[in-house]
Design a protein around this ligand. Structure first.
Ligand code: SF4
Length: 361
């Protein structure tokens, strides 16, 4: 049919249907193949009411790619698990399994996936940003992070956040295709609203996300409501300044009707002053937002999270001036370098190793 095999896990079921139609594959059979690939990680050898000859033709034309698991570490403190994967080349990247800690008898997981190997954005509080960009991940490489982690877990994965390595909106096509595959009923069947795409503020990507009217949640990392200060820690501000960013976010809200989540990495002495709360309130005036406060995790020690008193003061200021929902997000897995901003392929303590030991480059 074609010289290149059709990659399963890399296409939505309707794309798969189009790709395999020249072989005589019906949309129904394409969906069955998708279920087998994504839910069971296999290409079926036989299927009721499908001729062996047709299935054999399909098997010759498709490939079921798989990530290799290079390493895994589980935090003895909070149960966060970090996985190091490799695709078809030598590049490796990480994903984190996050237990929903408040549900002991009904444990579920969220998986934080990488969308790129490395990252070009250079956020100063982030270990991935210090590595630079190596390459975009293909959709199947994103989908398979979730499939492999689900296969390794006793409890179901119910949510996915694109907050691992990379800037998702700079790998838009693969990220959105992966999110669609994860959401579709014959894929991982994860609810669209339980899939969050996070961005450092790529304005054209937010505009495209708005136009595409996607069912996924949008999270925008802000760090400061003052352009000059934001630029100190997030170089993206030089390309897409706060004014343009907020206008894209307001348009997104107007078109989708959804509340936007703004992520605020808490940095002691930098963005936790009353003035920061006042500026944020002015910047987001009349826009329904949820503010996610996340402790900064900087292994270099240059940026530190606030202590209890500083945090309480900032929360009081937010209550007074912002008057919007504020959520303190737990950023777990610090002891295994799995917390937000720490993904740099480090597996440091031998006591936490599980699975194959691998020497990272
Ligand atoms: S915080 Fe995200 S966008 Fe910024 S450098 Fe790290 S991985 Fe890239």
């Amino acid at each position: 049919m074609t010289t290149m095999p059709v990659l399963l896990k890399d296409l939505t079921s309707s794309e798969l249907s189009v790709a395999l139609a020249p072989l005589g594959v019906s949309p129904h059979l394409a969906r069955q193949l998708q279920v087998a690939a994504v839910k069971r990680d296999e290409i079926p050898e036989s299927l009721p009411a499908v001729s062996a000859k047709l299935l054999e033709r399909v098997r010759r034309e498709v490939r079921l790619p798989r990530l290799s698991l290079l390493n895994k570490a589980v935090s003895p403190c909070d149960g966060f698990a970090k996985y190091l994967f490799r695709g078809d080349d030598q590049e490796s990247y990480e994903a984190v399994r996050i237990p929903l800690l408040n549900r002991k008898d009904d444990l579920k997981y969220i998986v934080c996936v990488s969308s790129q190997a490395g990252c070009a954005m250079g956020c100063r509080f982030c270990a991935t940003g210090r590595q630079g960009l190596v390459r975009d991940l293909a959709a199947w490489e994103i989908v398979d992070q979730v499939i492999r982690i689900q296969a390794d877990s006793e409890h179901p994965v119910r949510g996915v956040v694109f907050m691992g390595m990379g800037e998702p909106l700079l790998n838009y096509e693969s990220v959105i295709r992966a999110a669609r595959i994860l959401a579709e009923p014959c894929g991982m069947a994860i609810a669209g609203k339980a899939i969050s795409i996070s961005t450092s503020g790529i304005v054209p990507g937010i505009r495209r996300f708005t136009t595409d009217r996607l069912p996924f949640r949008l999270i925008v990392s802000l760090a400061s409501a003052d352009s000059a200060r934001r630029r100190e820690v997030m170089p993206v501000e030089a390309t897409y300044p706060l004014g343009d960013l907020m206008s894209a976010i307001r348009d997104y809200h107007r078109v989708s009707g959804r509340r936007v989540t703004l992520a605020w990495p808490l940095i002691s002495g930098f963005n936790t002053r009353t003035e920061d709360a006042v500026q944020l309130a002015e910047l987001t005036c009349n826009l329904p937002i949820t503010l996610d406060l996340i402790d900064v995790n900087d292994a270099t020690g240059q940026f530190r999270p606030p202590d209890r008193a500083e945090l309480d003061e900032f929360r009081d200021a937010l209550r007074l001036h912002l008057k919007m929902p504020v959520i303190r997000r737990y950023s777990g897995g610090r002891d295994i370098h799995a917390a937000c901003g720490m993904l740099a392929k480090q597996f440091c303590s031998p006591t936490h190793f599980e699975g194959t030991r691998f020497s990272t480059r």
